[in-house]
Design a binder for this molecule. Structure first.
Ligand code: TUI
Length: 310
């Protein structure tokens, strides 16, 4: 299927794998790129040397284009911005902030820059700053989220910019893919479905929780302190939401979440850890390779849309 995004990036299928901190490393990113999508390494809060190493390992495993996601709240964001420039990665995506300060540097290195946005205003600003495309992410997504749903955000961003728009949040299969094409998107980004990919290195306990999740099993924590974050409900989120109701400060709440994502991802701590996940977790029922997932999604989408796409 050809879209503005497959043509811009030289990839076979318009499917990005989300830049999930601690999750999206060289094994997952190379598998997605080798399957014809766009694999993405997440920089998260990691130091620049870790990101450089992951980029080099991914280059060993694939000749296809891949990306790096820079989480702009990271204390290492500026150093990571420099590393992706030096390594000349094909694509940079950004999250949780405005990447304006780095845009010129990346564009000068020939990197395609695709910021994640949660509003039309930021999408327009990113286009003015030279973004090659934008990812419009609705609040069905896991992790740090904005206020609008994918259904409402994507068509408004499509109307507000001329660059291609990739839809993210709430897409788990070919039906979601086809629906976002109808909203005017040129591709999708998916995170939650890839959590249970065979090449995804997270702890099996976390994968099992995603596989068992039902439609209403995610909750949003930290709304009261301005950092809304969607994750699977567990003992930690119950305590967190209680403390928010009691009016605890950000610093008090942080005592529950420091290192909590790493605890879930690496140690499999599914009671005290943070299992970020989108609302489509209830649709994820089987572990597959990235290639099986992508081919299944595309076959379903093509049956719905017709082979030529939109
Ligand atoms: O970034 C994400 N999802 C994430 S990041 C993350 S790690 C984290 N750690 C601590 C605190 C917060 C996050 C877990 N999940 N998605 C992309 C995304 N970006 N969603 C929403 C936004 C966003 C929000 C505000 C992008 C730009 C923005 O603009 C702020 C500004 O400065 O204008």
């Amino acid at each position: 299927m050809k879209t503005a995004i497959t043509e811009l990036l030289g990839i076979r299928y318009p499917i990005f794998q989300g830049g999930m901190a601690w999750v999206a490393e060289n094994s997952l990113a190379s598998a997605v790129s080798n399957a014809g999508g766009l694999g993405i390494i997440a920089a998260g809060n990691a130091p620049a040397d870790y990101v450089r190493e992951q980029i080099r390992m991914t280059k060993e495993k694939t000749d296809r284009p891949f990306g790096v996601n820079i989480m702009l709240l990271s204390p290492f964001a500026a150093e990571v911005a420099q590393v992706v420039t030096e390594e000349k990665v094909a694509v940079v995506t950004t999250g949780a902030g405005n990447p304006g300060a780095y845009m010129e540097q990346w564009k000068g290195a020939g990197i395609r820059v695709i910021p994640v946005v949660a509003s039309v205003a930021l999408a327009k600003m990113m286009q003015r700053g030279g973004a090659d495309a934008v990812i419009a992410e609705g609040c069905e997504s896991g992790g740090h989220i904005g206020e609008s749903t994918t259904m409402t955000l994507v068509p408004q961003v499509v109307d507000g910019v001329t660059v291609p728009v990739i839809a993210a949040g709430g897409i788990g299969d070919g039906r979601g893919f086809a629906a976002t094409m109808m909203l005017g998107a040129s591709g999708v980004q998916m995170g939650t479905r890839f959590l249970v990919a065979k090449e995804c290195v997270i702890h099996q306990n976390y994968k099992d929780r995603v596989l068992k999740a039902k439609d209403i099993d995610t909750v949003v924590t930290a709304r009261s302190v301005g950092h809304p974050c969607r994750q699977l409900r567990n003992q930690m989120t119950r305590k967190y939401l209680e403390m928010e109701k009691e009016g605890c400060t950000f610093e008090e709440l942080e005592t529950l979440t420091v290192g909590s994502l790493r605890k879930a991802v690496q140690e499999g701590d599914v009671t005290g850890g943070s299992m970020m996940s989108g609302q489509i977790a209830g649709m994820v029922k089987k572990e597959q390779t990235c290639q099986e997932m992508i081919e299944e999604i595309m076959a379903q989408a093509e049956a719905l849309l017709g082979k030529q796409g939109v």
